[in-house]
Ligand binder design. Structure first.
Ligand SMILES: [Cu+2]
Length: 161
């Protein structure tokens, strides 16, 4: 059997060498993996946001008037259907809500469906990534209900019509 002798005079047979090489590659790849982790990962910023909970699909497409009482029914159905829910902040920014008060469901989240179209003030963690504002709502600090009375001008917008 062929043996190789290392600098310290230790002998390794091919199987031992393969095991050593394997362990070396494994630790090298672990080091590389740790090194190439993205360094620009978004860091959370504690924020308080006041604004209206909106249905992003109708907000973006403008297929139906997307705010206030006129849109409330549609907004609830859109949220239940899995359309991402956001807050249209009084600062003019849109915050995509990823989670509300520890609720793990981001789709058809019952907590957010119940406050759809409401004007709220929330405390949360803001992640700004590539131009998008993502918000993890830790607490709904104030809930004024649906106070944007748009149905007087636009009528009630039924879902799916
Ligand atoms: Cu809608």
């Amino acid at each position: 059997m062929a043996h190789r002798v290392n600098k310290n005079g230790m002998r390794f047979n091919p199987t031992q060498l393969r095991k050593l090489l394997g362990a070396g590659l494994l630790s090298l790849s672990l080091v590389l993996f740790a090194t190439i982790q993205p360094t620009n990962a978004a860091t959370a910023q504690r924020v308080q946001v006041t604004g209206e909970i909106i249905d992003t699909w109708c907000y973006v497409t403008e297929i139906m008037f997307s705010e206030g009482t006129a849109h409330h029914q549609c907004a609830v159905w859109c949220a239940l259907g899995g359309i991402p829910v956001s807050i249209l902040g009084k600062d003019g920014k849109v915050y995509m809500v990823l989670r509300v008060e520890g609720d793990d469901n981001s789709v058809a989240n019952p907590t957010i469906v119940e406050i759809q179209s409401h004007e709220v003030t929330v405390d949360g963690d803001l992640y700004e990534r590539d131009g998008v504002n993502y918000l993890i709502v830790n607490k709904v600090a104030d809930d004024k209900g649906v106070i944007n009375m748009t149905h007087e001008d636009y009528g009630i917008q039924p879902f799916g019509e």
